[in-house]
Design a binder for this molecule. Structure first.
Ligand code: IMP
Length: 193
């Protein structure tokens, strides 16, 4: 193994692409790139629990330094929902389109559309020590989808102070302000130090 190799415990190719752009000096490998194809059940009740579950599973399987992230979209008028359940908001096996449809329907008659994306990253170093990093971005839920880039809830999330949804931005621009970008930069600073 190369000393600058770092495993990102994700099956999501979009996320892996975003993160590789932030860590150009490291050999970041996603789960498919190391041949790990099992699903890791996200049974935690918090983002932190789930990030740790994923990182521990991969660290146990490979013995290598690795990190995992868990993200939730927290909507103020819904008391923080869908939060840790964002991926299955419209039910088990729901896709992003189903999840966005459900959220738009829930907020149909609601004027407070404030929301934030929050990411927790769990990193396990080569001694097995665990480290946590968090990043968030404030914004609002749009009335309808805008843009075709990105993934997940990107088409209906307008970051605060911006005129474009996350799905109208390039991956690079989204990274400069996103929840995951912010959490990742904390990890990057830590790795540099
Ligand atoms: P996960 O924890 O990264 O698997 O994400 C949980 C849910 O949030 C999934 O439905 C993702 O599609 C969604 N999600 C995660 N990150 C983002 C993002 O950067 N933009 C939009 N949706 C996201």
């Amino acid at each position: 193994m190369q000393t600058n190799e770092l495993i990102f415990a994700t099956h999501n190719a979009n996320k892996a692409k975003e993160v590789k752009a932030l860590l150009p000096h490291l050999e970041v490998k996603s789960l498919s790139e190391i041949g790990f194809h099992d699903d890791i059940p996200e049974t935690g009740k918090t983002l932190q629990d789930n990030a740790l579950i994923k990182a521990r599973t991969i660290h146990k399987a490979t013995g290598k330094p690795c990190f995992a992230d868990d993200t939730g979209l927290e909507v103020e008028a819904l008391y923080g929902a869908p939060g840790v359940y964002s991926a299955r908001y419209a039910g088990e096996g729901a896709n992003s389109e189903n999840n966005m449809d459900k959220l738009l329907a829930e907020l149909d008659a609601i004027t407070n559309r404030n929301a934030q994306f929050r990411t927790v990253i769990a990193y396990i170093d080569n001694t097995g020590k665990e480290h946590l990093f968090e990043g968030s971005v404030q914004g609002e839920i749009l009335k309808a989808r805008q843009g075709g880039e990105g993934f997940g809830y990107d088409p209906i999330f307008l970051p605060e102070g911006e005129t474009e949804s996350f799905a109208e931005m390039s991956a690079g621009r989204k990274n400069t302000m996103s929840h995951r970008g912010r959490a990742m930069r904390k990890l990057v600073e830590f790795l540099k130090g």
